[in-house]
Design a protein. Structure first.
Length: 282
């Protein structure tokens, strides 16, 4: 990994939802870098703006001001064709392994589709599909089957294989394990870590779960009401955060010990109450 060379930069990115007359500012001048081969976690409670930053990078929501660069190139306002071309380098894995795979297509068709769009011939596409299935620990024989025949964890591995087929340099992982049970979460996280080690792909890893982020991310950014309040080393931010909001987020994250969990839940409820008060005052 070379965290010195940012592959992706977001500089003072502002995103508004709502209307021009009644804008609802969801991102307030957010700045973040993801290095080549780096995994950066983006944490924060529901509604803090994590997915919106991912969508801004993917060009799925308009950026009102600020700049996003990829490999030194300004990608803030790309034309549709340029955006399609960029899909080779930037891919996404969503939370819901049930909704993100077309139920009418076989696994082979789902994985081959991005290659066909890129003009890759059928024989080469088939080889690449088999190689990617192998990478996510699924046999080539699954190609002829449909998504409904697989478990949540298997579907998420298929979604990861699909994200990988064009050998992207960055994958935006939007809560990729939060719909999975704990054991399956661990397997998918291990897979993502192995893939990063083997391919050098970078991840922007969106999650509300500090434990998950601690396992996989080199650096962690904490988002609160559309602002990044803390960015730092993953171990440090997830164990000894400096910002009061990050401290409350850590206090709310699940732990194995029930007594400690009860204590954290109480702190979490206090956090929610404080958030509600802040929102009412805003
Ligand atoms: N398409 C939209 N139109 C209007 N408001 C939206 C839209 N998408 C998200 N929002 C609002 O923007 C804010 C940030 O949402 P976002 O989904 O980015 O948060 P998040 O941190 O990813 O939350 P979660 O963890 O629940 O996915 C929320 O208040 C949400 O209601």
């Amino acid at each position: 990994m070379n965290a010195q060379t940012p592959l992706l930069t977001a500089e003072n990115v502002v995103v508004d939802y709502g209307t021009r007359r009644h804008p609802n500012r969801v991102l307030h001048e957010v700045s973040l870098e993801v290095g080549d081969g780096e995994c950066v976690g983006l944490v924060g409670e529901s509604g803090s703006g994590k997915s919106t930053l991912g969508k801004a990078i993917l060009g799925l929501v308009p950026v009102a001001s600020g700049k996003i660069t990829f490999d030194g190139r300004d990608i803030t306002h790309l034309k549709r064709r340029e955006r399609r071309e960029l899909a080779k380098d930037i891919q996404v894995v969503f939370q819901d392994p049930y909704g993100s795979l077309n139920p009418m297509m076989t696994i082979g068709e789902i994985l081959a589709e991005p290659l066909a769009t890129a003009g890759v011939g059928r024989a080469k596409a088939r080889r690449t599909v088999n190689e990617m299935l192998e990478r996510v620990n699924l046999p080539a024989s699954v190609s002829d089957r449909f998504p409904s025949e697989f478990s949540g964890g298997q579907r998420q591995r298929i979604a990861i294989a699909r994200a990988l087929v064009r050998r992207p340099r960055l994958i935006i992982c939007d809560e990729p394990v939060s719909a999975l049970d704990l054991t399956t979460q661990a397997t998918v996280l291990e897979l993502l870590i192995d893939l990063q080690r083997d391919t050098g792909v970078s991840y922007l890893f969106v999650s509300h779960d500090l434990g998950v982020v601690r396992r996989i991310c080199h650096r962690v950014a904490v988002m609160y009401r559309g602002n990044l309040v803390e960015v730092g080393d993953g171990e440090q931010v997830t164990r000894d955060p400096q910002h009061p909001y990050s401290q409350r987020l850590l206090a709310a994250s699940p732990v194995a010990d029930p007594a400690q969990q009860a204590e954290r839940r109480a702190e979490w409820l206090a956090l929610r109450a404080a958030h509600a008060r802040d929102s009412a005052a805003a």
